[in-house]
Design a protein around this ligand. Structure first.
Ligand code: PLP
Length: 456
């Protein structure tokens, strides 16, 4: 028996029956027997049967400070008692304080536009980029360059920017004007080159796309510092600075999607800070509140913002959303950032990532492990049928490993499912509060599970 939100006792059978009848699960075939999560503490979640699992993916790459943070709940309650809602057509204290704090975290001065989700934040970025060019004498600049395998959200524009056919096919046509180029995927270089001995054709492909599309038609490029959900594709260090130079050359805005990489996941405050580039627009969500409350933000460089300020009556940004910048969510974000700072969790994220990589190194000898890649504490283990041919592992192999980990109390993810049969990259992205013993639990479990699954 569990207790529901209105204090009634409810059995697992009753809950499952209601779930089967009423709940539409995200991004999955309907599961008749889903795990029903009831509570969480630190890096662990507990289901309704009392089984505990280490949350190796921080939910969906988002619960960066870990579960069960009372101080966040208290900050939310205190704000609700003061005022739970106020529109950002006016202003309110948590939105102001958070925008100032984000400016401390970003390099340079940015204006902060709040929304509700990562998809929203990217939609806002596209609209701002188009309007910016429009009111700067370049109204034909409307297209965006993105990369194959990238994920930028579920709404029509953000899905248009996404480079994964399987997610898009049944919903097209989507937001128009998104052109995709190959990603810097060194393990399977789309240009047939070898890492360390190439001429960065992946960056050159962006310039080529701008030239072919016509520089007068391209508004921006959107990219994650590392492609996370599309398969943990970590670029060479040179890539992002090269992209920045190409953007400058053609007056194309650099939009960096920090929805996953931001707030410490990369081992820096924001992923792009690993490469010393300054984006024109930065989008963020997930780790902004560690998912304790929905909130996203689009940070726009002060230079760009000027053109929205000049002739306000004509040039202001005509975009509003009811919940964006909700005071409770902003208060939650401020407390979340306070925890990240006070507990040095960004350094911790970097440490966890290095430690996991060190402890997983032996897996590189496993016949079905092709590559292991890390960006801070986000890790991808690419599974193959054969190390030489690099044929992606079968779905059955991938699912067996995930199920064996779950049996042992470890939840991990899988990504890269751009084409049927390609969901062959296991992912890890644990909360930064994960202790060294818990890191050992994650890696020991994986090593044990791989040892049991090393056959043909
Ligand atoms: N951008 C990236 C890189 C993401 O990984 C996601 C979601 O996973 C999004 C955008 C969309 O965020 P949301 O699901 O909050 O709309």
């Amino acid at each position: 028996m569990s207790t529901n939100d209105v204090g009634e006792k409810v059995s697992k059978e009753e809950l499952l029956e209601k779930d089967r009848k009423y709940v539409w699960h995200h991004m999955s075939p309907h599961n008749e027997n889903p795990m029903i999560i009831e509570s969480g503490e630190g890096s662990w979640v507990q289901d309704i049967d009392g089984n505990r699992y280490l949350d190796g993916m921080s939910g969906l790459w988002c619960v960066n400070v870990g579960h069960g943070r009372k101080e966040i709940a208290e900050a939310a309650a205190a704000q609700m008692m003061k005022i739970a809602y106020s529109t950002l057509v006016q202003s309110h204290i948590p939105a102001i304080e958070l925008a100032a704090k984000l400016n401390e975290w970003l390099d340079g001065e940015y204006r902060i536009f709040y929304s509700n989700s990562g998809s929203d934040a990217n939609e806002v970025a596209f609209k701002i980029a188009r309007q910016y060019h429009h009111q700067n004498g370049k109204p034909t600049k409307h297209k965006f360059i993105s990369r194959h395998r990238a994920y930028h959200g579920n709404s029509m524009g953000a899905l248009g920017a996404t480079g994964q056919a399987q997610r898009k096919l049944k919903y097209e046509p989507l937001g128009v004007g998104f052109q995709h180029v190959p990603p810097p995927y060194c393990y399977r270089c789309p240009f047939g080159q070898t890492k360390g001995a190439c001429k960065f054709q992946c960056a050159q492909a962006i310039e080529d796309a701008i030239v072919w599309e016509g520089p007068d038609s391209v508004a921006g490029i959107i990219l994650e510092p590392t492609i996370t959900g599309g398969g943990m594709i970590v670029p060479p260090d040179e890539y992002l600075p090269m992209v920045r130079r190409i953007c400058d050359k053609y007056d194309v805005l650099l939009i960096v999607d920090e929805v996953i990489c931001g707030f410490g996941r990369s081992g820096e405050k924001f992923g792009h800070q690993n490469y010393g580039v300054k984006p024109d627009i930065v989008t963020m969500a997930k780790g902004l509140t560690s998912a304790y409350s929905p909130l996203s933000a689009t940070a726009v460089s002060a230079e760009l913002y000027e053109s929205f300020k000049e002739k306000q009556a004509e040039s202001h940004f005509r975009h509003v959303n009811t919940f964006g910048g909700n005071p409770v969510s902003c208060a939650v974000a401020l407390k979340n950032i306070d925890i990240l700072e006070k507990e040095n969790l960004i350094e911790r994220s970097s440490h966890i990532g290095k430690e996991m990589m060190r402890r997983l190194e032996s897996l590189l000898d496993h016949p079905h492990v092709g590559d292991i890649r890390a960006f801070g504490s986000a890790i991808g283990i690419e599974l193959v049928e054969d190390q030489k041919t690099k044929v992606p592992a079968t779905a059955e192999r991938v699912m067996t490993i995930i199920a064996s980990c779950k049996q042992r109390g470890l939840l991990i993810g899988k990504n890269g499912d751009t084409v049927p049969g390609f969901a062959n990259i296991l992912t890890l992205s644990p909360p930064f509060s994960t202790s060294d013993d818990e890191v050992a639990f994650i890696t020991d479990t994986l090593v044990e599970v791989f040892a049991l699954n090393n056959g043909k």
